[in-house]
Write a protein of this length. Structure first.
Lengths: 297, 297
């Protein structure tokens, strides 16, 4: 296990223990929706986005405790997107991280509500006084709502993804870049920019982190596509080659495996280059960029 | 047409014209989700919640322009809840205000995304500088995310409603009160409390508006149940007696028509009593309470 894997694993264990506290046990029969929310959020995952929030914030001497609420809010939002993406009307997935997806474990109505609840909860958490000072909280809420939204954020990316599945439009190159940027890239960019906001970073540091985020976001998507072809079912814990089966456009289907790998490497170099101003403090983030391209699940 | 109907109609026309501006036309193929959002939000409705925001805020000399963003955010959130409630996995409704529901007009995946987009957009709008000062914006976001949420808000109410449909639990009396409070009451309470926040109301004025909201919220739900039995299909523009057909608990099925009407009248009196401290300025809100109990669609 490399240093970054250890760091990620250690952070993830700490984060998971803190995350439990965000789910009180309600008394009434409505607790089913909270159970579904908890089930989905606590079901593993590498906690890459929370780790990014913390790692970027730590460049400005912000502790993991101080960045916890922002990291938790982002993970709630990410989990909501997975629950809704998995629904029968969307990707119709039955397995997520080796366990039944939310609508399979509970039912479709509960899964829709659990997603709605998590999305709403993300903003509730960000609005809490302990998240940050007033100005920073408002900035985080404005940024997350835009990055997750329907105009140029995650919801728009998901819509475009559905469109791309059902079209023979020639310029799939442009399309896939836009889908990736909006669907996956927006939240990864938010993670890094949120770290800069929490740290009251100056504009050039913030822009450097945004550039880093853009590059690793793309690498993340490309390596996901590569894993979908090369990965093992056991390690990924989800239905493999599903994207191919459904005729989805992927970086691999578009460029072929070798070219896709070369692009991913180039982006990883760009990501590390963007961090040059931070010196040795950014070693975690550099290693994370290498980890994303080399991960096997 | 009574004075309050004229005032509501006039406000609603103004509000609708302003609401259009909240929906830019995106260029790409992802615009389908924005079209679905616009379709659902612009499809009529009495704009009762926005009118409540404005009417309560106006007690403190806040103009309708100054309360617009808060009113719009609430209407986005209300519209999202209708879209998701109408989905096949939830109430499976095909008609809403006389037009096809979002998933019938577009498709199920688009409707899920349109709801997600509107929920997210509500918080984006609230975070904008022109909504209010920083402190008030954060208070509005905290309040709306709690009132719309899964712990004791609208999502919890919807979960409980689904549970109530499938249970023979004896204490349906208690259950229906809790469902109503969380599912419908929370957003009506938010509307009134938001007016108080925008107006920087003192605590006793704010509590008076919360009491008013609780009473009209309950009246609203009871009169909906009554209309479901007595109303005409043409005026309501939705499938009638559906709740009864699905075996849902309603105030009418629980208490009978006469008792339900008597309860609604008592609540209306309570609502008006709560406004006593505001004098003649609150005439709009008093008339609105009378309107809610007497409306025929």
């Amino acid at each position: 296990m490399t240093d970054i894997q250890s760091a990620l694993k250690e952070y993830s264990a700490w984060f998971n223990s803190k995350l439990e506290d965000f789910f009180p046990f309600p008394d009434g029969q409505e607790k089913r929706v909270v159970e579904a929310m908890r089930y989905s959020v606590m079901n593993g995952g590498k906690r890459l986005r929370p780790f990014l929030v913390y790692s970027c914030a730590s460049l400005f001497s912000i502790s993991r405790e101080q960045s916890l609420n922002t990291a938790a809010a982002l993970e709630m939002l990410h989990s909501y997107s997975l629950i809704h993406d998995d629904l029968p009307a969307m990707d119709n997935d039955t397995l997520r991280r080796g366990l039944p997806t939310c609508h399979c474990q509970f039912d479709e109505a509960t899964a829709i509500l659990a997603g709605d609840g998590l999305l709403t909860y993300a903003f509730e958490i960000l609005s809490r006084p302990q998240t940050a000072d007033e100005k920073s909280r408002l900035e985080l809420i404005a940024l997350l709502s835009r990055d997750a939204g329907a105009f140029c954020g995650m919801v728009a990316g998901q819509m475009l993804d559905l469109y791309a599945e059902n079209t023979q439009e020639p310029d799939k190159n442009l399309l896939i870049q836009r889908i990736e940027t909006m669907k996956t890239g927006c939240l990864i960019r938010f993670a890094c920019e949120a770290g800069a906001i929490l740290g009251h970073a100056d504009n050039s540091s913030r822009q450097a982190l945004v550039s880093y985020a853009r590059a690793i976001g793309q690498t993340f998507q490309i390596s996901d596509d590569i894993l979908d072809v090369e990965g093992s079912r056991e390690l990924m814990g989800k239905t493999l080659q599903k994207d191919q089966g459904q005729g989805k456009v992927t970086f691999v289907s578009l460029y072929g495996l070798d070219k896709a790998k070369a692009i991913a490497q180039e982006l990883t170099d760009q990501a590390k280059e963007a961090l040059s101003g931070f010196g040795p403090n950014a070693e975690n983030l550099r290693n994370l960029a290498d980890f994303i391209i080399s991960r096997n699940h």
